[in-house]
Design a protein around this ligand. Structure first.
Ligand SMILES: *[C@@H]1O[C@H](CO)[C@@H](O)[C@H](O)[C@H]1NC(C)=O
Length: 158
């Protein structure tokens, strides 16, 4: 079965979080315009596999993933930075296992370079992050409450 996943768009990268915990035999393969995620995970160590043709090309050599106890976060570096992705998948149809991560979503300004370094921030985060969820990457309050619930932060672990 496919793992559920959430994604969001940034100026120079696209983030996908696969919401499956305690993963084993994790394989994340990035190609030029697709991603292949597979693992055993969850309480039953069930097999999960997600293959997706991506909306745009990525720099697969610079794309990374980071496993935590609760999920697997992937950072896909866009081949062309500064162009927003209206959706993650190549095809227009809805991908059943995928949803938008409204807590992290933000409409970045195509003309501002404020987000230029989100990929670098991610790399930094990869090195400093524990197994306990994500730090608030933007360091500020979200102004638009798109999700309609919560305060825009990740829920407390446990
Ligand atoms: C995805 O990866 C799995 C496991 O590594 C492999 O068996 C499968 O053939 C791959 N699928 C595609 C479409 O590349």
């Amino acid at each position: 079965a496919a793992a559920t996943a959430k994604w969001y768009d940034r100026r120079d990268s696209v983030f996908i979080e696969f919401c499956v915990g305690d993963t084993k035999d994790l394989k994340v393969r990035f190609e030029q315009s697709s991603i292949n995620f597979s693992c055993l995970g969850g309480p039953e160590k069930a097999k999960h596999q997600n293959v997706l043709d991506l909306y745009g090309d990525i720099d697969h050599k610079e794309s990374k993933h980071r496993r935590t106890d609760r999920s697997v976060l992937c950072c896909l570096k866009k081949a062309v930075a500064g162009r927003s992705w209206p959706r993650l998948s190549k095809d227009k149809g809805k991908v059943t296992w995928l949803s938008v991560d409204f807590n992290n979503w933000k409409d970045w300004d195509e003309d501002s370079d404020e987000d230029l370094s989100s990929f670098d921030k991610f790399s930094e985060m990869m090195n400093t992050m524990g197994g306990d969820g994500l730090p608030d990457m933007e360091g500020g309050d979200e102004e638009h409450g798109v999700a309609g619930s919560g305060d825009g932060k990740m829920p407390d672990p446990e």
